[in-house]
Design a protein around this ligand. Structure first.
Ligand SMILES: [Fe+2]
Length: 246
């Protein structure tokens, strides 16, 4: 039986307006919110880019303000979607220092951080940094490694760290073949090796990179099987919000 899409907790998306390469306005964010609500989804964790030294690096306070403003706007439009805070944190040499100062936003205020590997560089520094965070008893999820050339070429360094506790989030689009064959093959290889913990949309708008629709959800259920889909899209992400203070 196909799992209920309404229970899907999308823990990686860019719904907040004017903060990164997601929606530019509250209205565009509301269009994205409608995509979720139309299939019965009631809550998400949003993860704006955090790339130090660029325009996409707003802090926790600003994220909280943006969520409050969007929530108010959605309420007026009668779009019932609860949004938990998160961050998609790109590797930067100051990352550990920022962590120590409490500047990084964990997913739904849990002790889990979503790290984004670079599309250009090797992942050595990032993996080292993630190891140091884990030593500090923080959980780390690596966002969409299947889209990164260095992991497409060799999964070994990543697999070693997964065995030490690093968690992996794949994009639904990769499994559905929307990011090309290399991303799909790497995604399926990680799934076969049972090294995947989360699946999320990484949605950026209501048009191009949009939230998952029912047809895509059903397709994922065929590809992965209902049990694994439930684990990756419903059970594991819900653990993140169950440890939240809200
Ligand atoms: Fe993202």
């Amino acid at each position: 039986m196909i799992p209920d899409i309404a229970k899907f907790l999308d823990m990686h998306n860019h719904i907040l307006p004017g903060i990164d390469d997601g929606p530019k306005s509250l209205e565009e964010s509301a269009e994205m919110a409608r995509c979720y609500v139309n299939v019965g989804i009631t809550q998400i964790i949003t993860t704006p880019h955090f790339i130090p030294g660029t325009a996409w690096a707003v802090g926790r306070q600003k994220i909280a303000e943006k969520i409050a403003k969007l929530t108010c706007f959605l309420k007026k439009k009668q779009i019932p979607l609860k949004i938990f805070p998160g961050m998609e944190i790109a590797y930067h040499k100051t990352l550990l220092d920022r962590f120590e100062k409490g500047l990084l936003q964990p997913l739904a205020n849990s002790s889990t951080y979503l790290l984004e590997p670079s599309f250009q560089d090797t992942a050595e520094d990032l993996l080292l940094c993630s190891k140091k965070l884990q030593e500090k008893e923080q959980h780390v999820i690596l966002a969409h490694p299947e889209r990164i050339k260095t992991f497409q070429d060799s999964l070994e360094p990543l697999l070693d760290q997964v065995h030490d506790g690093l968690e992996i989030q794949l994009n639904t689009g990769s499994v559905l073949g929307k990011f090309g064959s290399a991303s799909r093959e790497t995604a399926m290889c990680l799934i076969e090796k049972q090294c995947v913990h989360y699946l999320a949309s990484d949605a950026h708008s209501a048009n191009n990179r949009k939230p998952l629709d029912r047809a895509e959800w059903n397709e994922l259920s065929v590809i992965l099987g209902p049990e694994l889909l439930t684990t990756l899209c419903i059970d594991n992400p819900n653990i993140l919000i169950s440890t939240s203070y809200e």
